[in-house]
Design a protein around this ligand. Structure first.
Ligand SMILES: Cc1ncc(COP(=O)(O)O)c(C=O)c1O
Length: 427
């Protein structure tokens, strides 16, 4: 095989690494993985086919990938305190899709949080498979931005969903799993906790865990958990032969989930991704990671305090977790404009709807930002004060290109002291 060097792609990878390194990545669903995670991702494991599960594969030569997958499963079970883990979902959306397939039939009623109030597309958005193939009932937050458990209970009683998805992409507060369990029980529904955003906080003990309360837990592995792109489905129960259909009971959840992934939805697992997930789970089991998770929240709270003091209107008035949702209506700037000017200054955030947003989703009133990636680079509360100043100046002077460029060079200089994992210096 002739070895070519793809300089175009190499150059683009270099540029992207430089962009991340020289700027402040504040999209709350992003993070910077360790070199060990990157090493597993870029390994020969990507070459291997292994449809099935460890010990039950449709391909030969699986002795090492079996060990990799078993390590990932064991680490996941231990870390989250569950008896069963499926580490094969390609990403968060397919993981959620597998849960619907496992627990409901097309046309069944399901319930989830509306996207424009903080939920995820796969929680029942009408144009997503979850809203097209199922009769999806969507709950919203109250005017104050908080989940309203009474309204949820009323909605559940009215519609009797088969399953209730709880979890969010843009919700800055804690989920009360016990209250949610009671709501699910009141209508005999399965409770699914999608902890994609907060998995790392749960591991660190700074957000309550749904383990042992929710029937099924789904999570991506690439957000606060700081692993590669990927996902896991966690539950309790008694696994039986995944090659044979099982009735929809709580006891059978492991078999139902495993069968929904394969043969239900996916083919060969991405073994390089599974190995990288295993590495991330090992890292997440260390005392340093607990420190990291609690620092994410401290940083987010400090940033929230600073921005509030500068007159920014935070949805719910603050945060309990890693993210802030800011309603910019009183700042005479839209979410899209703020995303753009912050981007010019080297601060990456995303525009976002706020609850009861009068503006359309492509040009909403708010922005969403978070601290997981900055915390990985070693920023602490005192640095959040500086970050808040830069955010404020970039929003206040969003049309002043010269000022935005000045902030950009200040940030470039600043980030030299906070290298990405494994990075020494770019120059
Ligand atoms: C709560 C939640 N669930 C699921 C997903 C989907 O994950 P993926 O983008 O890996 O498909 C996301 C992604 O943002 C999410 O925030």
């Amino acid at each position: 095989m002739t070895q070519i060097q793809d300089t175009e792609i190499r150059n683009l990878i270099f540029k992207e690494t430089q962009r991340q390194s020289e700027g402040l990545e504040m999209i709350p669903s992003e993070n910077h993985t360790s070199m060990e995670v990157l090493h597993a991702l870029g390994s020969r494991l990507t070459d291997k086919y292994s449809e099935g599960y460890p010990g039950m594969r449709y391909y030969g030569g699986c002795e090492y990938v079996d060990k990799v997958e078993n390590l990932a499963r064991e680490r996941a079970k231990k870390l989250f305190g569950v008896s069963h883990a499926n580490v094969q979902p390609y990403s968060g959306s397919p993981a959620n899709m597998a849960v619907y397939f496992a627990l409901a039939d097309p046309g069944d009623t399901v319930m989830g949080m509306a996207l424009y109030y903080g939920g995820h597309m796969t929680h029942g958005l009408k144009v997503n498979f979850s809203g097209k193939w199922f009769n999806s009932i969507q709950y919203k937050t109250g005017e104050d931005g908080y989940l309203n458990y009474e309204t949820m209970a009323d909605l559940a009683a009215k519609h009797s969903p088969k399953l209730i998805f709880v979890g969010a992409t843009a919700y800055p507060r804690i989920f009360d799993w016990t209250k949610l369990r009671l709501i699910a029980d009141s209508v005999n529904a399965f409770l699914v906790a999608d902890i994609s955003h907060i998995a790392g906080l749960i591991v660190a003990g700074v957000h309550p865990s749904p383990a042992g309360i929710a029937d099924v837990i789904t999570t991506t592995t690439h957000k606060t958990l700081r692993g590669p792109r990927g996902a896991m489905i966690l539950c309790n129960g008694n696994p039986s032969n995944p090659l044979k259909p099982a009735p929809r009971t709580r006891e059978n959840l492991p078999t139902l989930i495993d069968r929904a992934i394969i043969p239900g939805l996916q083919g060969g697992p991405h073994n390089h991704q599974t190995a990288a997930i295993a590495v991330a789970l090992k890292e997440a089991g260390t005392p340093e990671f607990r420190e990291y998770g609690s620092q994410i929240v401290k940083n987010a709270k400090r940033l929230a305090e600073q921005l509030s003091n500068k007159g920014y209107k935070l949805v719910t008035g603050g945060t309990d977790n890693h993210l802030l949702l800011i309603d910019l209506a009183n700042k005479n700037i839209t979410g899209a404009e703020a995303e753009h000017s912050l981007g010019q200054a080297g601060i990456t955030v995303n525009k976002n709807t706020v609850p009861f947003d009068p503006r359309p989703p492509f040009d909403p009133s708010g922005i969403r930002l978070g601290t997981p990636a900055l915390t990985t680079r070693g920023l602490k509360e005192v640095e959040m004060d500086q970050v808040a100043d830069w955010i404020d100046a970039s929003i206040k002077h969003s049309k002043d290109e010269k000022l935005l460029m000045n902030i950009r060079s200040e940030i470039r200089e600043f980030t030299r002291s906070y290298p990405l994992p494994g990075e020494t210096t770019l120059s």
